[in-house]
Design a protein around this ligand. Structure first.
Ligand code: HEC
Length: 180
């Protein structure tokens, strides 16, 4: 009789421990600090939401481009080991299409976002916000979209009108039955 009671007690105890363990989760991973999340939470939206403080012009961006980008993207963005970014000879609908920032990208804000999170490819995140604004300005200037002296910052960048801004189909407003 005593043994049975002891067994029952042990059973109840192990169930209780199992429930407590479950409530605490599987104990995988570790807490992430807010500053780590902030480093990854850096999306910039087409309307400019998320753009940081900072400013730059194409004149400043030219020097940064020549030092940090030209080896891969070529003189004035015309391409080298990495794709061309400017200087399209023909259009997107030609065969093959000439895909540059000027012919392809719908939003200037995305150019900033892409560069900030991934370029230069061997040291992403190494450019300051001012440098990223400046090199973005230089690439927009090379594509004939802004003037060399245009000041690019969180207020002016979203208002830059990209030549291919109507070349994309916004998924959000596209009627569902057209996607089938
Ligand atoms: C070591 C070579 C290298 C350097 C230096 C480099 N890039 Fe790139 N870049 C690449 C490669 C490779 C890709 C293609 C990456 C991909 O498609 O995922 C790329 C893609 C890009 C694109 C997107 C092109 C497109 O239309 O798809 C942009 C914009 C860009 N780089 C800007 C820059 C800027 C600005 C710098 C300097 C701050 C820079 N890159 C420095 C190699 C480089």
């Amino acid at each position: 009789m005593f043994m049975r009671k002891l067994l029952l007690l042990l059973c109840l105890l192990s169930i209780q421990t199992a429930i407590a363990d479950n409530l605490n989760g599987p104990d995988l991973g570790r807490p992430v600090h807010r500053t780590t999340i902030e480093r990854w939470d850096m999306n910039i939206f087409p309307d400019g939401t998320g753009l940081p403080e900072g400013t730059g012009t194409a004149v400043e961006g030219k020097a940064i481009y020549e030092q940090q980008c030209q080896s891969c993207h070529g003189f004035q963005g015309t391409g080298n080991s990495a794709e061309e970014l400017a200087g399209a000879q023909h259009t997107l609908t030609d065969n093959p299409p000439d895909k540059t920032i000027g012919t392809y990208w719908p939003y200037a804000t995305t150019v900033f976002d892409f560069i900030r999170r991934s370029m230069p490819i061997h040291a992403p995140g190494s450019l300051s916000n001012d440098e990223t604004y400046a090199v973005t300005a230089y690439l927009l200037y090379l594509n004939g979209i802004i003037k060399e002296s245009t000041i690019i910052n969180s207020r002016t960048l979203p208002s830059v009108k990209m030549p291919n801004r109507h070349g994309f189909i916004p998924v959000k407003t596209y009627p569902r039955n057209h996607l089938r």
